[in-house]
Design a protein around this ligand. Structure first.
Ligand SMILES: [Zn+2]
Length: 297
């Protein structure tokens, strides 16, 4: 079963990492597996001798942002966890040895030169990787420009415009990172269930009331998932090595054939856009979206 970290899991990594590393200096970078690094691989490009000034996120991607000793913007490393990647913070007193498949290690120190621990990027299946940029601005102008708005902050009007522009079914459109960034198979199914929208509804048939309902459900769902540490189906952990609990609260994902938590109907399943998809035939009836709003009764 594929279970790629989605927005809530990546946001947890961001928050747990940021709490430890902002303000620390990268004293050394060790690249054990150069082919996970895309773009210039000089150690300076991987933040050596720079101060970590921020840990940012857009959709499922993270960025370690740096500044130089005088506080001017420095290079930036975009981190994609792919299917199996992890970004762990190892404190100075950590006795843990590095996980297998650790490809890059940043050794940190405080501005006064005290041991600041390490950051370790590991990725067994190597669907993830690191992308180096001369500055945060370059990342935003190139790699991140291809992504849609972040699922936690997208406005209903923007999402409605994006969905109106595609003839795909809504499930496939929401999985497309260029339409909206951060959702994957788990949270799209959960979100459509909460918003009572059938996964095979045509994206361009959803009216603004549907999209508003969807955005409200999406924000609530993602916040709840972040609050619960994200979903750990295989081996996802945050930067502190803590697993998520949200998988216990999934209402449709992974529950094909079980009864709906709301109405007890048997949940249905099909493959949509190549992904296993589960929905409730009663709570998410399949009907032309337009008919719902034009009905006179
Ligand atoms: Zn139901």
């Amino acid at each position: 079963m594929f279970a790629m970290p989605e927005l809530p899991e990546v946001e947890r990594v961001r928050v747990t990492l940021a709490k430890h590393v902002i303000g620390l200096v990268v004293s050394r970078v060790s690249v054990r597996r150069p082919d996970v690094v895309h773009g210039p691989r000089r150690r300076g490009c991987l933040l050596e001798n720079q101060t970590i000034s921020g840990v940012e996120r857009l959709g499922k991607q993270l960025a370690l942002v740096s500044s130089n000793i005088s506080g001017e913007p420095g290079p930036c490393v975009c981190v994609h966890l792919g299917m199996s990647g992890s970004l762990r913070y190892l404190p100075p007193d950590s006795v843990d040895s590095l996980a297998p498949h650790t490809h890059v290690v940043w050794t940190l120190s405080s501005p006064r030169g005290e041991n600041g621990g390490r950051i370790a990027f590991a990725d067994a299946r190597r669907f993830g990787g690191l992308w180096t940029f001369g500055s945060r601005e370059n990342l935003v102008k190139s790699r991140w420009r291809r992504l849609g708005d972040d699922a936690l902050s997208v406005s209903p009007a923007v999402l409605h415009r994006r969905l109106s522009a595609t003839r795909r079914v809504v499930k496939a459109a929401l999985l497309d990172q260029a339409v909206i960034a951060g959702l994957g198979n788990i949270y799209v199914d959960e979100l459509l269930f909460r918003a009572r929208i059938h996964p095979l509804a045509a994206a361009n048939q959803l009216d603004s009331a549907h999209v508003q309902r969807m955005v409200r459900a999406m924000r609530a769902l993602l916040r709840e998932a972040v609050h619960n540490g994200g979903s750990s189906l295989r081996n996802y952990v945050d930067a502190d090595g803590t697993s998520g609990r949200f998988q216990k609260l999934h209402q449709v994902y992974g529950r094909a054939g079980c009864s709906c938590v709301r109405c007890r109907s048997k949940l249905e399943a099909a493959t949509v856009g190549g992904r296993a998809t589960v929905w409730c035939p009663t709570c998410q009836p399949r009907r032309p979206a337009a008919a719902v709003t034009t009905k006179k009764d």
